[in-house]
Design a protein around this ligand. Structure first.
Ligand SMILES: *Cc1c(COP(=O)(O)O)cnc(C)c1O
Length: 390
């Protein structure tokens, strides 16, 4: 007897499980494995946020249900953040919604906006949640082509007229996981005009909006005039404030789409614990020096790893954001073969590119979110690998 629904049985196999098995096997033999496959920050949540959490936790009035749409403090903090960082005005009552982490909101917006059989455009390569959420909602999933030659910007011109006319929704993600691609506002302007022409709802996942390097600042799609007519943008404190386990994020933009998502959510959950929302509000109202400090750590690690990759013949253009390096595997290897080689011969875990969609084949993703000493050790092992003759 199989208790699993056909829907769950039909989910794509978990690509990471084979790697995890191999990793566990090596560890059991006493080998020190360095995991650069992880997609979450290793740094702690800044202490001012923890302190705010502790203070709010001591107030019994915070033990009740949150309003479904999230507490006012948090939604107002998001509005203030958008005003200050992007000069975008948002109505906290209708254009902002608290999420229990952005992943939840991204998954729930599929059934909120699309019906069974509707067509959605999903970035390839892209964050796997988009594809599985589309599948669970019964959507027809088409790949939005992204290409290294075009810096992984959407190639709308390669879509057939049929696809454009049928698509009901499309997903964008910049700075991007896994490709680390970043864009300027012109790319969002083009996306919004394209979406308006064919009446396609735009979902922008901005989880890495604040994880950027040097002079580069990631734009918000909401900065495009009229974006609110057709788009929503998802944000998260997970990556910028090292708060993955706290589960706090938000969505802003088109009020009808937000109302649809809020309706689904109010039938499933009852928003996030109030002290977490209030601590997150303090983070979003902060001066962002902790974010700048984190980014400096990632940038330093980035340079360490880029130099190690160069030694083994892998050239990568320096990314301007995220804590990922996305690179081609050496010639004659598949993504899986190269991943296995690094694991077996250097004890280093990376993620094969094909875990992020068919276009990821031939690539790998390496995460910089491990302590700097470990990253340096991984870099040294990779350099050694080359000396031993590849
Ligand atoms: C980590 C991540 C998220 C999810 O973040 P949470 O807010 O922790 O749910 C969403 N999108 C991308 C691309 C991510 O890498």
């Amino acid at each position: 007897m199989c208790w699993m629904s056909k829907r769950v049985q039909g989910l794509p196999p978990y690509v990471f499980s084979v790697i995890h098995e191999k990793k566990a096997h090596l560890q059991a033999k006493g080998i020190d494995v360095i995991d650069l496959g992880i997609g979450a920050p290793d740094l702690p949540t800044p202490y001012f946020i923890v302190e705010k959490m502790i203070a709010e936790l001591a107030k019994p009035k915070n033990f009740t249900y949150s309003p479904y749409e999230g507490c006012e403090e948090f939604r107002e903090a998001i509005a203030a953040f958008y005003e200050k960082h992007y000069s975008v005005q948002l109505d906290p009552k209708t254009e902002i919604l608290t999420l229990i982490g952005s992943k939840e909101g991204i998954a729930n917006i599929f059934p909120a906006l699309i019906d069974k059989g509707d067509t959605v455009l999903i970035p390839d390569p892209g964050y796997p949640v988009y594809r599985t959420a589309a599948y669970l909602a019964g959507a027809e999933c088409l790949h939005l082509p992204l290409d290294a030659k075009n810096q992984y910007r959407p190639l709308f011109s390669e879509l057939s007229i049929d696809t454009c006319q049928n698509a009901k929704m499309m997903v964008l993600n910049y700075p991007s996981n896994p490709t680390a691609a970043t864009v300027d506002l012109a790319v969002f302007q083009e996306a919004i005009s394209f979406a308006k022409k064919y009446r396609i709802a735009v979902i922008h996942d901005a989880a890495y909006a604040l994880v950027t390097f040097g002079d580069y600042a990631a734009p918000s799609i909401m900065q495009v005039p009229g974006a609110k007519d057709i788009a929503v943008e998802f944000g998260s404190l997970s990556k910028s404030f090292n708060m993955t386990g706290w589960r706090i994020g938000y969505v802003v933009g088109n009020k009808d789409m937000i109302r649809a998502l809020a309706t689904i959510k109010s039938n499933i959950d009852s928003s996030q614990f109030l002290p977490i929302q209030k601590a997150a509000a303090a983070a979003m109202l902060s001066d962002f020096t902790t974010v700048v400090d984190n980014n400096q750590v990632y940038e330093e690690r980035l340079h360490t790893m880029l130099s190690a990759l160069r030694t083994i013949g892998i050239e990568v253009e320096e990314p301007q954001g995220t804590f990922f390096i996305w690179a081609r595997v050496p010639p004659t290897y598949t993504s899986t073969q190269f991943t296995e080689k690094l694991l077996e011969e250097a004890g280093v875990v990376i993620t094969p590119g094909n875990a992020f969609g068919p276009s990821g084949e031939g690539y790998f993703r390496l995460s910089l979110s491990v302590p700097t000493v470990r990253l340096k050790e991984a870099a040294a092992r990779m350099k050694n690998l080359e000396r031993r003759g590849g």
